[in-house]
Design a protein around this ligand. Structure first.
Ligand code: PAF
Length: 286
């Protein structure tokens, strides 16, 4: 049975009972608009845990003033059906008041925020989205405190978020394990995203070149080319001319430092706009 819960205390009460029974708890944090990528996280969680909580919360403090907070798809009925079909135990869908208090004041002059190190939050996606990762890390820590999971499941698609959350868990000695899950793609290579619904067919077609650019890098690396400048230029030449590149970066996924030479565990990450829609994608060289 899947139950929908809106109140923090109701989740905590269920969790208390599960803990007394010695059950392993998994958390899949989401902002809803669930797609096959989320379903893969849910399936992994169900495989590894006795009880699974999926949180559905469009978190206002991780959106900038000119971002798509108001427009972000909210599809709780469909999200609930997906969770029900998969056998999730709890769908936790709190209101903003429930998460941040009535008349919620959402700035860092009113609210305690998690501030991950600036060198990993101010680069890549953080450059164009100031405050985004502080907001994401803050809500994730709140969710961890509410659900007390043994395992929490994050997609590799948001590789920077995955790195930041994994580091937060380590730095703050949180008693849980982060399970990274591979990117789920459409057959043509487009990484699944809740924002893909904004793309018209032309923009979607152009967006496919984002993944092509990453594949180009991987292929050249397999042929022995490691110099990131050469790889960058070659990848850019693959991008459709209507794609507006925000960044294409090469970082060591052990410490998030930039690297001039690709090697094992290098993150190659891209953010670009197709039309008005901002998309991200990446590969990690294994
Ligand atoms: O990746 C997301 O959907 C969000 O950043 C998360 C982790 C659910 C926090 O709001």
């Amino acid at each position: 049975m899947t139950i929908l819960i809106n109140k923090i205390n109701d989740v905590k009460n269920n969790v208390k009972i599960w803990k007394q029974q010695g059950l392993k708890i998994g958390l899949v944090p989401t902002m809803g608009a669930l797609h096959k990528g989320h379903e893969a996280l849910i399936k992994k969680a169900l495989e590894m845990c006795d009880k699974v909580v999926v949180s559905v919360f469009v978190n206002p403090i991780q959106f900038g003033p000119n971002e798509d907070y108001d427009k972000y798809p909210r599809t709780i009925e469909n999200d609930f059906s997906i969770c029900l079909k998969n056998g999730v135990d709890i769908v936790f869908a709190p209101s903003t008041d429930e998460m941040y208090g009535e008349n919620n004041k959402l700035s860092n002059t009113d609210l305690t925020f998690v501030c991950p190190p600036y060198n990993i939050v101010d680069c890549m996606c953080g450059k164009s989205r100031p405050g985004h990762f502080d907001g994401a890390a803050t809500v994730v820590l709140k969710l961890f405190n509410i659900v007390s999971p043994d395992f929490a499941f994050f997609g590799q698609k948001d590789a920077q978020q995955l790195f930041i959350i994994t580091k937060m868990v380590k730095d703050l000695n949180l008693d849980l394990t982060i399970i990274p899950c591979p990117i789920v793609r459409e057959q043509d290579g487009l990484a699944l995203s809740s924002r893909n619904i904004y793309l018209n067919s032309e923009e979607r077609k152009n967006a496919l070149t984002i993944n092509k650019a990453l594949k180009q890098i991987e292929n050249l690396y397999r042929q022995g080319i490691k110099d990131t400048k050469v790889l960058f230029d070659s990848a850019i030449s693959v991008l459709d001319k209507n794609i507006e590149l925000e960044y294409l970066e090469f970082r060591n996924f052990d410490n998030f430092d930039k690297t001039d030479e690709i090697q094992k565990n290098t993150l190659v990450a891209i953010a670009a706009k197709s039309g008005k829609t901002r998309l991200i994608d990446n590969i990690i060289i294994r």
